[in-house]
Design a protein around this ligand. Structure first.
Ligand SMILES: Cc1cc2nc3c(=O)[nH]c(=O)nc-3n(C[C@H](O)[C@H](O)[C@H](O)COP(=O)(O)OP(=O)(O)OC[C@H]3O[C@@H](n4cnc5c(N)ncnc54)[C@H](O)[C@@H]3O)c2cc1C
Length: 466
């Protein structure tokens, strides 16, 4: 039996961001276990053209910057801060593991090892089992259950003579045999589907060659409003203030998103279609322009079956050329479980504590764990937020988000950390604003002025049917 203070299951973004905070702020021993050979979780299996959806600056672990804080000079993200590629994320986590975590002398890493419950860890290469005597907490950094198209079992049936691939195989297949397929059909309208659509256009397919099965349209966050650095500070805060104003004045979820769209905070593919989904996806207007070239967007529900003659959808059947290449983008990325208390006896389950920010949330949960507080007090400081699915959920998530932010700013150890945190990005800058910075001062004043009415309005609208 081996003694350890913390046993962390999962060396993905969540497990590593949490571990990094324990290493920085405590003197405990940590063992990190992961089935994979390398740190980085689902990024180990990502498609070759994947990039982060939010600027690298806000992703990863607190103690090490991801990327070079540079702005892209070309492409659909031109002018905005860099978005790490999947390989960059993996290289980064490799370095985090070696240079930050293992180098601290506090961390032991067990790759290719599976946690089987009750302190049991089995080495997948040797079959050897180790029993851990966990002195403080087991940390379940697998809560999000991230699934990606590679290795995912689609929820529809497919005949043997149909070409269905994961996004991971597009580049090679299309580059080697561009003449083999007349058309490509993207199955799934989440962020992976959008990435694939953009990639296909970039590979040179015409919009007419692409069909996109879109069971639900999505509201999308405009990346313009989520930029780090001083030069974007005013516009980012302006966007925050407009969101707060929209929350204060909206009469429904639909009205809220329309207000945010008019102020440039939210985007959608087609202004004539009312989105029913909101999953925190982030997009640039450049990407949206490419996606709008796609010739056939099919809004007939989910795919049920694919045969050589075409698609059987929930609401109708659709004939497709027999040599169509289907790309499965239907994996749900994250699994929506009910929230549970983050801090329990012997167990920590990191969840979302700041909306749409898994890395910041895990770091915050790690920091709170290092404070000398009971589990009940820690839970008071950090309420888990649901992962949004529909526009109506924006209300409850915004409220919980504000409540967490409120208690954090009133807890000196947390507030001090946020002021200099790279994953937070804004608290330190906001604290430095004085009346002399006239325009930004006015923006922040408007933001704060609208907060009480926003809270009252959210509480009212949350009670109304979606
Ligand atoms: C393509 C894609 C792009 C994304 N882009 C962004 C983005 O730009 N910004 C953002 O904030 N979020 C993004 N996300 C959301 C993403 O879910 C989070 O960023 C984050 O990577 C999730 O990390 P995780 O640690 O929860 O999960 P994972 O990366 O899945 O890590 C969990 C780990 O746990 C291990 N594990 C599970 N069970 C066991 C067990 N029993 N024993 C041992 N090991 C186990 C797994 O092997 C895995 O390595 C993206 C997601 C996807 C799919």
């Amino acid at each position: 039996m081996q003694d350890v203070d913390y046993l962390i299951i999962g060396a993905g973004t969540v497990g590593l961001a949490f571990a990094d905070m324990l290493v920085q702020h405590s003197n405990c021993s940590i063992t990190i276990v992961d089935r994979n050979q390398k740190p980085g979780g689902h990024w180990n299996f990502a498609y070759d053209f994947v990039r982060l959806h939010q600027p690298s600056e806000f992703y990863g672990v607190e103690s090490k910057r991801l990327g070079h804080a540079q702005r892209d000079a070309a492409g659909w993200n031109a002018g905005y801060f860099e978005l790490a590629s999947g390989q960059e994320v993996l290289d980064y986590y490799d370095s985090v593991m070696r240079d930050q975590l293992l180098a601290s002398g506090k961390v032991t890493y067990l790759p290719a090892s599976e946690y089987r419950g009750n302190g049991h860890v089995v080495s997948l290469s040797e079959g050897r089992e180790t029993l851990f005597n966990v002195q403080r907490k087991t940390v379940d950094a697998t809560y999000f259950g991230t699934t990606i198209p590679a290795g995912h079992q689609p929820g529809f049936s497919v005949d043997d003579d149909v070409n269905l691939i994961a996004p991971n195989d597009i580049t090679t297949l299309w580059k080697q045999q561009p003449e083999r397929f007349d058309s490509v059909c993207i199955v799934g309208a989440g962020k992976t589907g959008m990435d694939v659509g953009v990639h296909l256009i970039e590979l040179g397919l015409s919009g007419e060659q692409i069909t996109w099965v879109m069971p639900r349209d999505s509201w999308l966050m405009n990346r313009t409003t989520l930029q780090p650095s001083a030069e974007f500070f005013e516009s980012t805060m302006h966007a925050q203030a407009l969101q707060m104003q929209a929350l204060a004045e909206a009469s429904s979820a639909k009205d809220l998103f329309h207000r945010m769209e008019r102020s440039g905070v939210m985007l959608r593919l087609d202004p004539d279609i009312e989105p029913e989904m909101y999953h925190c996806a982030i997009i640039s207007e450049g990407e949206l322009e490419l996606l709008r070239q796609i010739g056939h967007v099919v809004r007939q529900g989910r795919v049920q079956h694919i045969s050589a003659s075409g698609l059987q959808l929930e609401k109708s059947d659709l004939k497709m050329p027999s040599n169509t290449l289907y790309v499965d983008c239907s994996a749900s990325a994250v699994t929506r479980h009910p929230q549970i208390p983050i801090y329990q006896d012997g167990l920590i389950t990191p969840q979302i504590a700041r909306t749409c920010q898994p890395a910041f949330s895990a770091a915050m949960i790690g920091l709170i764990e290092t404070l000398d507080l009971s589990d009940a007090e820690k839970n008071e400081l950090c309420r888990p937020l649901p992962l949004p699915d529909t526009p109506h959920e924006y209300f409850s998530i915004s409220l919980s988000n504000m409540m967490n932010q409120y208690v954090w700013t009133r807890t000196p150890a947390i507030r001090d950390w946020m002021m200099q945190s790279r994953l937070d990005g804004f608290s330190g800058r906001i604290a430095q604003v004085t009346e002399a910075d006239a325009s930004i001062y006015t923006i922040l004043k408007t933001f704060r002025h609208n907060m009480p009415s926003a809270i009252a309005n959210i509480q009212k609208l949350m009670r109304e049917p979606a």
